[in-house]
Design a protein around this ligand. Structure first.
Ligand code: SER
Length: 638
């Protein structure tokens, strides 16, 4: 079964069960500054899971283009990909466990034809601390479903992953695990969730490929074991809780289901081969690489490289379509890494690179465009084809130059007779020279490289960027210092000024504020003229000089919407919302005078009390495109 067939079957099955098919949201989130990429189907639906009515009803289904950067290093084994399609179905306060688990079971066994004997499931063991009971309902439903197929499903309690490696299968079919395995929220386990975040217990389905357990991973095998015998193919999250300010959990107004299943993994199960790279969508790309390299895919020396090139070029193709361009920051940096890593591994395979549209990476991307353009019409047309292929070739060429320069540096270092960890690290961070390359070249010259030391440097670097992304989760503010707070207030002034100068259709698409500068991404089709920039600066500075009060009010969401308040953080709409309004001069918390306010935004703060505190001149430093129809401004107060 091809992935196109499985996708269609899934959408049709849920449609026949009362669901509306909704399109995949873009892989670059449109109104959610908390994350760089869409990594699951539920992300664009958070407001509805929190209780907003969805215009298309309470039963939804789709296939969502998803990307998880945290898996880049894992790619190369038989199951990890960075880009993947997540099949999703949602009940927004409509059906619950009783319907969801049978839906998915029926889909797998009757539509896809998986043998129920190869399916194993898990459920949440409960969490006393947070007052969340054990999910006995799911276990009962699963017992019944298996029994209908003539399988006597034994329920066993595992607990943690470590317990799993100790206790093993115990003849079980339904397994209880703790929150690390059977609780889902965007932030992970209950303790890591910020206030206002929804989450809940989940129930996962695993496919058993029947391969032998590898004790390298632990003494005993169990469904969540990483040895490769079991592959998780679907996750039904019972999204029913919200974390409160005091750290405890409350029930959401509606009991939702958020299901997500990896399309590629279901396809792997359907063909009974645990290698997700053996599914149809990768066949032509890998075939091409085999043809031009003369290497075998099953040759363990090269398999990882085949997989990396295929995975990375597919992901890069989707990112370029979404308007991401290679650069040294954030999304652009990740795209750059994908293309450069693919180039490196193509080289390792020994494929001739070719120029322009003949480049091997361009050819791989073109194959993927063909494969996906029917399911994702945004990939159709000469324009997007040209943009994707040109950007890949441009980046490949630039990488070749970087390597040349890096080579010179490497030679200088190698001439000293040894390569320190710090030197390898600098080669990588400053010259973009891959560590694997350093290792290989060093080996050729009989030199040692301190891999452990290099790893330590990298871990430090990663810990720093992780801290950066945790900060992102707080909603675009790097911290709550005075400087950041001033720029946050300036950010509100700027959004309004942009709407005044460029038109009311300008909407915020992302924000990031540090002590040094503010940054806003907004929807607008063309480059701003110098006159427009001057006018925007003039308006913001005028409002700073008018010494306007910034007023916080808490009001029902509907009322705030009627006021036309800007939705700053698309992801969170509780019933009562916090709104910041700026001016008029005599506005007070008791009498905010919204009618005369200069700007009103849904926003949790913090802000200065009065624009007089901005004490300086607002200046736009840079205005540039970040994606089709999205501009970015960086600005400061000097
Ligand atoms: N949100 C859940 C996941 O990502 C299910 O869709 O696994």
């Amino acid at each position: 079964m091809t992935i196109n067939e499985i996708r269609t079957k899934y959408l049709e099955f849920f449609k026949a069960n009362g669901h509306t098919i909704i399109p995949s949201a873009p892989i670059v989130p449109q109104n959610d500054p908390t994350t760089l990429f869409t990594g699951s189907g539920m992300q664009p639906l958070v407001p509805y899971l929190l209780g907003e009515p969805h215009p298309q009803g309470s039963r939804l289904v789709n296939s969502q283009k998803s990307f998880r950067a945290e898996d880049i290093e894992e790619v190369g084994d038989n199951r990890h990909t960075t880009f993947f399609e997540m099949l999703g179905n949602w009940s927004l306060g409509d059906y619950f466990k009783e319907e969801q688990l049978p839906f998915f079971f029926k889909f797998l066994t009757e539509e896809i034809g998986l043998d129920p004997k190869n399916l194993y499931v898990t459920a949440f063991i409960g969490d006393e601390k947070n007052n969340v009971p054990q999910d006995v309902e799911s276990a009962t439903i699963w017992t019944k479903l298996f029994s209908e197929k003539g399988i006597d499903a034994k329920v066993v309690s595992i607990g943690s992953e470590a317990d799993g490696y100790r206790l093993g299968m115990q003849g079980g079919r339904i397994f209880f695990y703790d929150a690390k395995k059977n609780w889902w929220s965007r932030a992970g386990i209950p303790e890591n969730m910020p206030a206002g975040e929804p989450g809940g217990p989940d129930s996962e389905v695993f496919y058993d490929f029947g391969t032998l357990h590898d004790v390298k991973f632990g003494a005993e095998c169990h469904p969540n074991c990483d040895c490769g015998r079991f592959l998780e193919i679907g996750n039904s999250v019972f999204m029913q809780y919200i974390k409160k300010e005091d750290g405890s959990f409350a029930l959401l107004p509606k009991q939702n289901v958020d299901f997500g299943g990896g399309l590629e993994r279901i396809a792997a199960a359907a063909q009974g081969n645990p290698d997700v790279f053996a599914i149809d969508v990768f066949a032509d790309t890998i075939g091409l690489l085999i043809h031009f390299s003369g290497k075998e895919y099953l040759d363990s020396r090269y398999q990882r490289s085949f997989r990396i090139v295929a995975d990375h070029m597919r992901a890069a193709m989707f990112m370029l379509e979404a308007g991401v361009r290679p650069s040294n920051t954030e999304r652009g940096y990740i795209l750059r890494r994908l293309i450069r890593r693919a180039a490196q591994h193509a080289q390792k395979l020994g494929v001739e690179h070719g120029q322009g549209t003949d480049s091997m990476l361009v050819k791989c991307a073109s194959i993927f465009i063909e494969k996906y353009k029917q399911a994702y019409p945004e990939l159709q047309g000469d324009d997007v084809y040209r943009q994707i292929t040109e950007e890949i070739w441009k980046e490949e060429r630039q990488f070749a130059h970087t390597l040349e320069a890096g080579m010179k540096e490497f030679e200088k270092i190698a001439a000293t007779g040894h390569i320190e960890a710090q030197e390898a690290y600098t080669l990588f961070t400053t010259h973009g020279f891959p560590f694997e390359m350093t290792l290989e070249l060093a080996k050729e010259r009989g030199l040692d490289v301190d891999s452990e030391g290099f790893k330590k440097e990298m871990d430090k670097h990663r810990a720093m960027s992780r801290a950066g992304s945790e900060q992102k989760f707080k909603g675009g503010l790097a911290d709550q210092s005075e400087k950041t707070t001033r720029l946050h207030t300036a950010h509100h002034l700027l959004l309004k000024a942009l709407q005044m100068v460029l038109g009311p259709m300008v909407k915020q698409r992302g924000s990031n504020i540090t002590q040094e500068r503010l940054r806003i991404d907004f929807s607008y089709g063309s480059k701003m003229t110098p006159e427009q920039k001057i006018e925007v600066e003039r308006i913001v500075n005028k409002k700073i000089q008018e010494h306007l009060p910034m007023i916080r009010s808490t009001l029902p969401k509907e009322e705030a919407e009627q006021l036309g308040a800007e939705h700053e953080f698309g992801a969170r709409y509780p019933d009562m919302v916090s709104v910041y309004s700026l001016g008029p001069k005599n506005a007070t918390a008791e009498n905010p005078q919204f009618d005369e306010a200069f700007s009103i935004e849904f926003c949790g703060g913090p802000h200065v009390a009065n624009t007089s505190e901005l004490a300086g001149t607002f200046k736009i430093q840079k205005e540039e495109a970040v994606a089709a129809g999205i501009r970015r401004i960086k600005a400061v107060i000097v």
